[in-house]
Design a binder for this molecule. Structure first.
Ligand SMILES: [Zn+2]
Ligand SMILES: [Zn+2]
Length: 94
């Protein structure tokens, strides 16, 4: 189970559903949360089954388009314009 929140950029209104952490722990393992410029969205990249893994140190690429991606968290600011993200609502994701 993971707690996801909907964030919205205070400057440009770009909205994403994301975790506050750079990783999402699932039953199957750990997913890294990244922003893909090409897909223009937050993407999950499978990081493996090791729950102790530091996803920020991995070389990750988008599983849809293959573009290298970096881990993203909402406190890093809007991936579009760099503006501050605010929480719109909390979503419990199973
Ligand atoms: Zn923005
Ligand atoms: Zn992509």
């Amino acid at each position: 189970m993971a707690v996801l929140r909907e964030f919205k950029c205070k400057q440009c209104g770009y909205a994403v559903v994301a975790s506050t952490t750079p990783y999402v722990v699932l039953l199957s393992g750990v997913d890294a949360q990244c922003y893909c410029e090409k897909c223009d969205k937050i993407v999950k990249v499978t990081a493996g089954e090791n729950y102790q893994i530091d996803v920020t140190r991995l070389n990750l690429s988008c599983e849809t388009c293959g573009t290298p991606v970096k881990v993203w968290t909402p406190d890093m600011g809007c991936p579009k314009c760099g503006g501050g993200m605010k929480i719109v609502e909390s979503i419990i994701h199973f």
